[in-house]
Design a protein around this ligand. Structure first.
Ligand code: TYD
Length: 192
């Protein structure tokens, strides 16, 4: 099963992925995690480009759309491993939400595995900016507002669970476990 975590910056994806992984392992599942951008050559280039002051411009976002698709192709064999649960910190759904332009992103990601389950950690933009020491500018807030709207729109096209990420870490974690349990045949009343 390929489970992807998505959400705007500061939603708490990495902490929640670690908590879900430990819980699934305690329930006897084999779990592997992946993170996008990856640590491949392309992923390293992406991280550099993300630092550019004009990173949110249309031109750079299109460049990123191309690079993210290439970076993702490099880990396709991992994503297709059916012997384990693969939990991913971001996926091509980030490209839909951040880069926009769904038809073009769809073509670039034609051969990419689609998630079996999307966990969207939903967060308002003000909380995101406060949590990430992100730029508190009108442009940044506008950009993230668009990304959040895209997430809520595209989540409908996948098997998805939307989790309120403004709650505390433990509440969010237990909401995620309750949401994931039925997909894996774990008894919801047995959740610790
Ligand atoms: P990172 O510092 O790893 O952020 P986070 O911890 O929030 O995941 O940087 C990843 C950034 O790249 C993040 O702002 C989202 C963006 N991104 C895209 O724009 N398109 C994509 O396809 C992916 C995977 C990420």
């Amino acid at each position: 099963m390929y489970i992807v975590f998505e959400g705007i910056d500061g939603a708490g994806k990495s902490t929640q992925i670690q908590m879900l992984k430990e819980w699934l392992e305690a329930n006897g599942f084999r779990v592997e995690t992946v993170v996008e951008p990856t640590d491949s050559e392309v992923g390293k280039l992406i991280r550099k480009i993300l630092q550019r002051p004009d990173a949110q411009s249309d031109r750079v976002q299109k460049t990123l759309g191309l690079l993210f698709a290439a970076d993702r192709m490099l880990i396709m064999d991992k994503l297709e491993d059916e012997s384990k649960i693969i939990i991913s910190d971001r996926s091509f759904i980030s490209s839909l939400a951040y880069q926009g332009n769904p038809e073009w992103i769809g073509v670039l990601n034609k051969y990419v595995k689609k998630p079996d389950l999307l966990i969207l950690l939903d967060l308002d933009v003000k909380t995101s900016v406060a949590r990430t020491s992100g730029e508190d500018t009108f442009e940044n807030e506008q950009f993230l507002t668009g990304v959040r709207e895209n997430y809520l729109k595209f989540a409908k096209d996948y098997t998805s669970e939307i989790i309120d990420a403004t709650n505390g870490v433990n509440k969010v974690s237990s909401d995620i476990k309750k949401a994931v349990a039925p997909y894996l045949g774990i008894c919801p009343d047995c959740i610790l």
